[in-house]
Write a protein that binds this ligand. Structure first.
Ligand SMILES: C[S@@+](CC[C@H](N)C(=O)[O-])C[C@H]1O[C@@H](n2cnc3c(N)ncnc32)[C@H](O)[C@@H]1O
Length: 274
């Protein structure tokens, strides 16, 4: 496509996508979404926005391709190691007081964060007493997450993050390297459930002791941020924890009065008992 579609044309396309597929991108921050949509449109071989529109709406496979292009699935194991250190040292002691713990990773990408959490929980003695629900809107990312296979070149960074997060073992105990791929230990996924869940349209997930949604809200506009935060609030048991990304905060949000940050700058909030 030679010329860029204007804002009104994009808005109409997003509206039609929401009506046809139930995926609502209308409340995503415009700058990043527009850039990604324009990139996809120029790769699509469509000569005009009308052609793109009819292909996307007429062919679910074309739409799946677009969906992959619109969502950002970048992640790391033990991303922001200081957060995993705080989860290990300040959150797991509370989790250990429950007979069974349920944790929701919303926007789990390829599962990096959920696998990291499984390692923390195993090392901190919650063996077998937890279930990790890892959800995402991107089905391709979810199927990668289920495989638990990562490029072997990523292991150096993951190992460094693991060590900085207070890992108690050797990170190499958790994977087997085969040529250029690293297979995470199947034991880690025994207590994981991967499922499709869209924060823009789907509903509450169950009663959780910890919800992690990191580096997802940054892509949302205010209304969608508030919707997602309401879902987390309704999913969390009193005394439960909410962990956001380093650039995300509850400041000024509707649910903020019920939460306090466990330590400044951790972006881990605890829900009060009312
Ligand atoms: C940048 S990744 C963050 C991954 C991980 N939480 C982390 O912090 O490293 C953002 C993820 O949010 C997912 N996502 C975007 N919109 C979503 C929505 N409406 N519902 C659920 N997940 C969504 C994307 O597919 C992507 O996997």
């Amino acid at each position: 496509m030679n010329s860029h579609p204007d804002q009104a044309e994009l808005a109409l396309l997003l509206e039609a996508i929401a009506q046809t597929y139930g995926y609502d991108f209308r409340e995503y921050s415009e700058a990043s979404l527009q850039r990604r949509l324009v990139q996809w449109l120029s790769r699509s071989g469509c000569s005009c926005i009308e052609e793109a529109r009819s292909r996307i709406l007429g062919d679910p496979e074309v739409f799946e391709g677009l969906l992959r292009g619109l969502t950002v699935n970048v992640s790391e194991m033990f991303r922001d190691p200081q957060v995993f250190k705080a989860l290990r040292e300040q959150v797991t002691p509370h989790l250990k007081t429950y007979p069974f713990v349920k944790i929701w990773h919303a926007g789990c990408a390829r599962g990096e964060e959920a696998y990291s959490m499984a390692i923390v929980l195993e090392e901190e003695g919650l063996n077998g007493r937890y279930c990790l629900y890892a959800t995402d809107v991107n089905r391709e990312a979810l199927s990668k997450a289920r495989e638990g296979v990562f490029p072997v070149k990523d292991m150096q960074l993951f190992t460094r993050n693991y060590q900085q997060s207070g890992g108690r073992s050797s990170f190499s105990d958790y994977y087997t390297a085969r040529y250029d791929r690293a297979l995470l230990s199947p034991l880690l996924k025994q207590r994981m459930v991967f499922a499709s869940h869209n924060l823009a349209v789907d509903h509450v997930f169950g009663e959780m002791q910890l919800v992690l949604c990191r580096n997802v809200l940054i892509y949302f506009k205010k209304q969608l941020k508030d919707r997602a935060l309401r879902l987390f609030d309704n999913s969390l048991a009193p005394g439960g924890f909410l962990c956001l990304g380093m650039q995300e905060t509850l400041d000024g949000r509707e649910i903020a009065p019920r939460y306090r940050e466990i330590a400044p700058g951790t972006r881990i909030y605890r829900k009060g008992y009312q």
